[in-house]
Design a protein around this ligand. Structure first.
Ligand SMILES: Cc1ncc(COP(=O)(O)O)c(C=O)c1O
Length: 409
């Protein structure tokens, strides 16, 4: 593909104006928005205002005067349309890991006669670590993991809850949410979906698909900033039946009554725990606002086109260099990143970063490229593959400096 052809695709792209909503350093091709989303331009002014005016001048009055206290529900309601949920079914709080703990402990207790917490072998490790810890403390529960293909048949009368990540963090493979949720429901089990690599990337309709529980990440495709709070979703019909075990005052029916007795807040608010990190919440709100006026179907259409271009260019330009695409080519079976296995994935990733193309490495041998339709263009893809092809052809990745590992890889 020539530069002119790629630029023509960018000129015809209905999402092209969204790129101006983000700070994108000159010359950098950022293919890691599935790990840390780009910074919305509006974030700087919003944070300045939040620090100087709301914190600095209004001080504690801001909990009421600037509705800090309502932020977890307000921002949850803004995430709801992106996942096909009702506004009161989503709340922003804590991290994905902590939200998993909160929902798992509450949900597993509903069916004490069903011992199995089922998940995928090779699921994101935080999900498995939290699930393992929960199984250790909830009486009678054991964690079982099976290969992804074996999940439907592993569901049975002993399954309490099915915990799955919708889009796999490494391969990008996507589960069929509707059919697995239905299958689990038919077996009498609840399903909890981790939407960390789906929200803001693929169209979701939790209500239509009968999803009971979900969690998701704020700092990836939602562009909420480093360590942004996460969200959790509980279907309306379950909200009053779930009793949290991680009980904090913010999830109490009357936090400012300061009573010794625990009374859960009505609805989803019972899943709040402690005081929300307000500056981070407001940064997340700016990130969610970067989707304003954007149709998720258009985001997905562009994601598919970016992926197809990336895959085709790698096939053409990098053949014979040992890159093996591990992401399903069928759009229905994938998310919005593309991953390749390579014996020197780490070094390739470092050489690409040195060439101003930022992707990431996932141990032991995967290089991952996030395709974020709001701020990536077709010419970015063309240029990124050009640089990767040059690195492979020249063998420049063999330079020993590219095998030095940092704390974060
Ligand atoms: C699928 C998945 N779940 C959870 C997390 C981490 O969530 P948190 O750091 O908010 O606990 C990640 C982070 O990359 C992830 O990919």
């Amino acid at each position: 593909m020539t530069r002119e052809e790629a630029e023509a695709l960018d000129a015809a792209d209905p999402l092209r104006p969204c790129r101006d909503r983000f700070v994108l350093p000159d010359g950098l091709i950022y293919l890691d928005g599935n790990s840390l989303g780009a910074m919305p331009k509006a974030a700087l002014a919003r944070q300045r205002d939040a620090v100087a005016r709301e914190w600095g001048a209004s001080l504690i009055r801001s909990w009421n005067d600037h509705d800090w206290i309502g932020a977890p529900q307000r921002i949850g309601a803004r995430i709801a349309p992106l996942i096909g949920a009702r506004p009161h079914e989503v709340i922003v709080a804590d991290s994905v890991s902590v939200n998993l703990f909160k929902l798992l402990t509450a949900a597993l207790a509903m069916s004490p006669d069903r011992p199995v917490l089922l998940s995928e072998r090779g699921n994101f490790h935080t999900d498995l670590h939290v699930a393992g810890g929960v199984a250790d403390i909830v009486p009678g529960i054991r964690l079982e993991t099976v290969a992804r293909e074996a999940i439907p048949d592993a569901l049975g009368a002993d399954t309490n809850l099915l915990l799955l990540t919708h889009v796999h963090y490494k391969s990008g493979a996507r589960f069929d949410m509707a059919s697995l949720t239905a299958r689990a429901s038919a077996a009498g089990a609840l399903t909890l979906w981790d939407l960390s690599h789906s929200v803001g990337a693929v169209p979701l309709n939790l209500n239509r698909d009968g999803v009971q529980l979900a969690v998701g990440c704020g700092y990836k495709y939602l562009n909420g900033g480093p360590g942004a709070p996460a969200f959790l979703y509980v279907a309306e019909h379950l909200q009053e039946r779930l009793l949290p075990y991680l009980r904090g005052w913010m999830g109490h029916a009357a936090p400012f009554a300061f009573t010794d007795d625990y009374v859960p807040a009505p609805g989803i608010s019972r899943f709040l725990v402690g005081t929300p990190p307000m500056l981070s919440l407001l940064a997340l709100e700016t990130g969610v606002e970067s989707f304003e006026g954007v149709d998720m179907a258009a985001v997905w259409t562009k994601s598919v086109a970016l992926f197809d271009l990336f895959a085709a260019l790698i096939d053409q330009r990098c053949a014979g260099h040992g890159l093996e695409c591990i992401t399903p080519r069928d759009p229905e079976q994938r998310g919005s990143h593309i991953s390749y296995r390579h014996p020197h994935a780490f070094e390739l990733c470092q050489a690409l970063i040195a060439a101003d193309v930022i992707g990431d490495f996932r141990a032991p041998d995967v290089i991952r490229f996030g395709l974020t339709p709001l701020y990536l263009g077709f010419d970015d893809i063309r240029r990124a593959v050009d640089r990767l092809a040059a690195i492979l052809e020249s063998g420049s990745w063999r330079d020993p400096k590219f095998s030095v590992r940092g704390k974060v890889t």
